[in-house]
Design a binder for this molecule. Structure first.
Ligand SMILES: C[S@@+](CC[C@H](N)C(=O)[O-])C[C@H]1O[C@@H](n2cnc3c(N)ncnc32)[C@H](O)[C@@H]1O
Length: 211
């Protein structure tokens, strides 16, 4: 992956078709500790419907389901989703769907919570408004988005786009998301040292105009 505007991101389908998920930089069997903290501290009032957006290896989706939520793992890559369906066929409370979040088939107001660990930060700047609108549409009113993305503190040449707290706040607040918490953290996976990241908790203060 390259961090520029030239579309240098992987072809996700051929990546998941050819490579073992365990060797991917974002592979982590454990639940993201920042999301785990949100769940464990009892900050989520309902055990509702969770979307793990850009689920890839699906480890995060499975861990969220184990904590009592009804989970959908979605990804643009068919190979990633077919693998997840096979590997996790016996896991209760979880389904997998092929879906492109920039042109999503998911219904309005479908989810109480969305977890995005590493999908938003691969989109080119021109695609971000579409992403934010789709998230707003499929998330219930007062639903929550948990977002993990690379931080401007991360100095590797390779990788996805980087965000400061100010930049990410501006992108979402323009669309009436409320930033509840935002912190500097790391992105768990197979890289050493772990990439520096932001973890942002947002609430959807819905008022979209439907035509
Ligand atoms: C950095 S990986 C993170 C995977 C997973 N969330 C995790 O934490 O292990 C980004 C994922 O986003 C998916 N993705 C990329 N563009 C997408 C899109 N437009 N819609 C849905 N998923 C997408 C990729 O296929 C990939 O699995």
């Amino acid at each position: 992956m390259t961090n520029n505007d030239s579309g240098g991101f992987p072809d996700w389908e051929s990546l998941y078709n050819k490579q073992q998920v365990e060797s991917m930089p974002w592979y982590s069997e454990k639940l993201d500790p920042d999301l785990d903290e949100e769940i464990s501290n009892g900050k989520l009032s309902v055990k509702g419907r969770f979307l793990d957006l850009g689920t890839g290896p699906a480890t995060q989706a499975v861990q969220v389901a184990k904590r009592g939520f009804t989970v959908t793992g979605s990804d643009i890559s068919k190979s990633a989703i077919y693998r997840a369906m096979k590997v996790y066929a016996n896991e209760p409370n979880i389904i997998f769907i092929v879906d492109n979040i920039l042109d999503s088939r998911i219904k309005d107001d479908e989810y109480d919570y969305i977890f995005d660990r590493g999908c938003f930060h691969v989109f080119q700047p021109g695609d971000r408004p579409r992403y934010v609108r789709e998230i707003k549409r499929i998330l219930k009113k007062d639903g929550m988005l948990f977002l993990k993305c690379f931080s401007t503190e991360e100095k590797r040449d390779e990788g996805p786009y980087r965000f400061s707290k100010k930049q990410v706040s501006k992108i979402f607040e323009n669309e009436e998301f409320k930033i509840e918490r935002i912190k500097e953290t790391v992105y768990q996976g197979t890289l050493d040292p772990l990439p520096k990241a932001l973890f942002i908790v947002l609430t959807n203060h819905k008022s979209i105009t439907r035509l």
